[in-house]
Design a protein around this ligand. Structure first.
Ligand SMILES: *Cc1c(COP(=O)(O)O)cnc(C)c1O
Length: 401
């Protein structure tokens, strides 16, 4: 079943996004039912004993599973073309669970340096406390991957495109090197979304999401998911989740199910708007460089175009004049909101050096190109002409200063 659905047929994909995983109750409701319940009841003591003996698969407790959460997991699983999916309370819960369920003391992890701040913290500070050796490499440099993987590793963890400089990691090449070294590859696919990049088809073993971003897409709730082989996802990962408790709330699962129904429409518009803004920014005075994966000016444009269906919702750009000028520009914006979040229907902008990446050592920020003039813009679903008008008036304030 999953084989047929991994083909990039938009019609099938869109149909899955609307109907995948739907299981109706005896009331025959049209829309997915919201099961706000923590527990479940049994007719007999024998029935509950059989459930606990795992003789009779059924819902036992919502930390283990819930019908609304299951519908979300199944819809996302079909979209990703994965064998199995488990949802979590947030993206970070998904990342942490995927790593910890796979690793034990003495294992090695090799990760790309350009990670989301909290992901970097887990790899740099939390895993080593438990006797796991971790190593960072420049994700765009295959020699560094080769070198980092010498002597073997249990897991490779990476994000592409990266936040905020939108570097692209060559997934087939890195997955091949990782597999040679005996490592499983975990990809944080948040920036691309499940629609624009299919890591499992490019060789990855596990995909993780913050569903908070484009999957909800409307700034309403947190959520996350881990997808991959059933042996791992329904085995050690599920055991870790069920006993440690980062369960997705049924209400949030319901929001995310409804988010998936419009994901394709929204992501398509986000990409069109972001490309339009990126091309426009390239022509503006005072904008030193513009980064957008599908632009010809992107340092890895060919790889980005091969690996991703479209460029995504994020445009990063560097303003002349460093932090004071970047702050004056942000403060002059009237429509675009200053926010460290992304993936929302609203356009959001942030200054990574003082927010999302402020905890990174200065040397790492420098190495990643996160300068004091760099800003990260998530282009929303407003009329793109209004977004550009707002950027233009803020650039005018900026250059008058
Ligand atoms: C937001 C984000 C996360 C964390 O997700 P939460 O839902 O906020 O916990 C992880 N990775 C990337 C790339 C993100 O953008």
């Amino acid at each position: 079943m999953t084989g047929a659905l991994t083909a990039f047929s938009t019609r099938r994909q869109q149909t899955m996004l609307v109907r995948g995983g739907l299981t109706r109750s005896e009331h025959d409701e049209t829309s997915e039912a919201l099961y706000m319940t923590s527990g479940y009841v049994y007719d007999t003591a024998e029935e509950v004993a059989a459930a606990f003996a795992e003789e009779n698969p059924r819902y036992i407790y919502s930390r283990y599973g819930n019908p609304t959460v299951s519908m979300f997991e199944e819809r996302l699983r079909l979209l990703e073309g994965a064998e199995a999916c488990r949802a979590t309370a947030s993206g970070m819960a998904a990342v942490y669970a995927a790593l910890v369920a796979m690793l034990e003391a003495g294992n090695r992890v090799v990760a790309s340096r350009a990670l989301f701040g909290s992901c970097h913290h887990i790899v740099a500070n939390i895993l080593p406390k438990f006797g796991i050796e971790t190593r960072f490499v420049d994700g765009t440099d295959l020699d560094q991957w080769r070198d980092g993987l010498k002597g073997g590793a249990r897991a490779v963890f990476l994000e592409t495109p990266s936040n905020p400089t939108l570097e692209i990691i060559d997934l087939p090449a890195v997955c091949a090197l990782a597999h040679e070294a005996g490592a499983l590859v975990i990809v944080d696919n948040v920036f691309a979304s499940p629609l624009l990049q299919k890591p499992l088809e490019l060789g990855a073993d596990i995909v993780v999401y913050s569903a908070t971003k484009h999957i909800d897409g409307q700034g309403r709730c947190l959520g996350g998911a881990v997808l991959g082989p059933s042996k791992f996802v329904d085995g050690p990962l599920f055991a870790f989740l069920k006993h440690t408790g980062p369960a997705l709330s049924p209400f949030n699962a319901w929001l995310l199910l409804k988010g998936l129904e419009t994901l394709d429409l929204r992501v398509g518009r986000h990409c069109a708007n972001a490309r339009d803004v990126a091309l426009w920014l390239e022509t503006r005075n005072g904008v030193r460089r513009t980064l957008y994966p599908h632009l010809d000016s992107h340092p890895q444009a060919a790889l980005a175009q091969e690996q991703m269906v479209d460029g995504g919702s994020i445009v990063s750009f560097e303003l002349d004049g460093g932090r004071p000028h970047a702050f004056r520009f942000l403060n002059a914006l009237g429509l675009i909101d200053i926010s460290n979040n992304l993936g929302d229907s609203k356009s959001l902008i942030t200054h990574p050096a003082t927010t999302t990446h402020s905890k990174l050592p200065e040397a790492d920020r420098h190495r990643l190109g996160i300068t004091e003039g760099l800003v990260r813009l998530h282009v929303g679903l407003e009329d793109v002409r209004d977004v550009k008008d707002d950027l233009a008036q803020a650039l005018a304030v900026w250059s008058a200063g």
